[in-house]
Ligand binder design. Sequence first.
Ligand code: C2O
Ligand code: CU
Length: 544
Amino acid sequence: GKVLFYDFMVKETPIKMLCETNRTILTVNGLFPGPEIRARKGDTIYVNVTNIGSYGITIHWHGVRQIRYPWSDGPEFITQCPIPSNSSFLQKIILTEEEGTLWWHAHSDWSRATIHGPLIIMPAYGKMYPYKFDQEHTIVIAEWYTRDTKAIIDEALETGGDPDLSVAYTINGQPGDTYSCSNGSAYNKTFVRGKTYLFRIINSGMNEEMFVGIAKHNLTVVGMDGSYLKPLKTNYLMITPGQTMDVLVTANQTPGRYYMLFSPFVDTNAPSNKNVARGIFQYTGNYNHSEIPVSPVLPGSTNKSDAGNFTIQLRSLNSKEHPSKVPTKITRNITIAVSVNQQPCPANQTCTGPQGTMHSASLNNISFSAPPISILQAYYNNIYGVYNRTFPDQPPTLFDFTGNVSALGEAANVTTEVLKIDYNDEVEIRFQGTNFGAAENHPMHLHGYSFYVVGMGDGNFSETEISKYNTIDPPYVNTVGLPKNGWAAIRFKADNPGVWFMHCHLERHSSWGMDAVLIVRDGKKKHQKVRPPPKDMPPCSVSS
Ligand code: C2O
Ligand code: CU
C-alpha cells in the first residue's frame, strides 16, 4: 500500500444554521461534517492533528483495527490523554483488512457531535469492487445542538440528569426542508435515469438510530462497517449510531423528485422534538413533476420489529476473494449484561435523574469510570493502581432479564475495571439486554476488532440458541444493535494485542458508564506484541 498524509486543524468555527447566527462550533478544518479521508486497502495514513480549540480533544478512526498499534486509536483516558490546546499529535492509521466505508470522530466528552467525517477505503490497487456502480455519494447523518456539547454533558453528569438532546438531524450538515431556515440548503442531488449510485451512509448521530428510505426506489445493501455483504434488497434501512452502510440505488423510476428520508427509531413513546431529516433525489432532464416530492413510507418511530427484521437479514459476502473466518473453537466465553441504572444522589447535592437519583449505566453491573491517565500507558509501562483486573465474565445474579424492574435494588459499582483476554483466544461475547431503567436498543461497539454477529434474538439468551448460530456467513461488523430486552452473540479471534474500548455508541449511555475495556495480551513472538509508542504521545497529567 501507499503512505498518505492529511492535516487536521481542530478549531472554533463560526457557523450559520437553523436561523442561528453568532454560533461557533468545534470543527476540523472549518468543515461540518469534517473532511473526507480516502485511501485504498492496505495503505497507511498519517494525520497530523493540531488542536487550536480551547480544550483538549482526541480523534478515533472508527472501525480501523490498528493492528498492534492502539497508540493512535484515540478514546480519551483509554489509549491516550487529550491533545491539549495549541499542540499536535501525528496519528498513524494502519489499514489492513478494512474495505468499504468507515468514519473518524472525536472521542473525548461530546465533541464528536461536530468533529466527525468519512473514512473511505477503496479496494487495493488493481482490485475490483464486488459490485457495479456509476457514481458515488457520501451521506453523513448527524445531530444539531443549540449549545456547546461539552457544556451539555458536563452539566448533565454533575447533576445526574439527562443531557439536552439535539434539536435536529442533519444530512451532510443540513436538516432539509422541514426547517424553514435551511430550506434552500437541503441535501439535493441529481441522478441520471438508468444509472446506479453507491451511497456511503454514516450514522454519526449522537443518540438516535435511524430508518432510511428513498421514495419508490429499492435500496441494495452491499457493505457495512468496512466489510462486504451479500446484496440485500430492501425498501428501508435501519442504521445505528456508529454503523456505516454501502447501498446501491438505481435511478429506474419515472423521472421526478423523490424524498430521501432519515427518521428516528426511538424505541420509546417519548415525544420527539425533532422533525425527520429530508434530502431530495431528483432526476436530470426535462419532465413534468409536481413541486412536492414523493415521500417514502418508513416504519414508525417505535417499530421494534421492523428495526429487527432489517438487521437479521444481513449476511457477509463470504466469497472466494472475501471469505468469512468465523471462530468455531471458542476458548473464552463471556456474558455481558447491558443496562441503564440509577445511582444514589451524593449527600448535599440535588440530583435531577429519576426520583432524585443520578442517571447511570453499566456492563455486568460495573459503571465505567475513566482514570486520570490512559489505561494503555499504565498497562504498557506497568503503572499500578490505575485500573482493576476483575471485570467478571458473567453478570452478577441480581439481574433478572425477564423484566422484573423491582429487582433493581442495587446501584452499579462505579470503578475502572478491565477484561483481560489471552492472545489468540477465540472469544464469544453474549450481550444480554435488561429491562432496567429505560430499555432501549444498544449499539455495542468494539475498538481494535471487527466481529461476527452469529446470533441475535428477543428475551433471554438460552443455550439452545447455540445450535442455531450462523457460523457460515454472519455479518462482520464493529457495531451490533443489541435489541431492546434481547440478546446478541458475537465472535472474534483475539489476534490484535492492545487496550481496546468497548461501549454503547449512544453517547448518553456511554457517558453514564456503559463502557468496558478489553486488554488483549501480547503473544509470545515479536510480531504478536504491541508496537512501541510514538514519541509525541499527548502528555498525561493528573490534573488534565
Ligand atoms: Cu465510534 Cu469508541 O467509537
Ligand atoms: Cu446504550
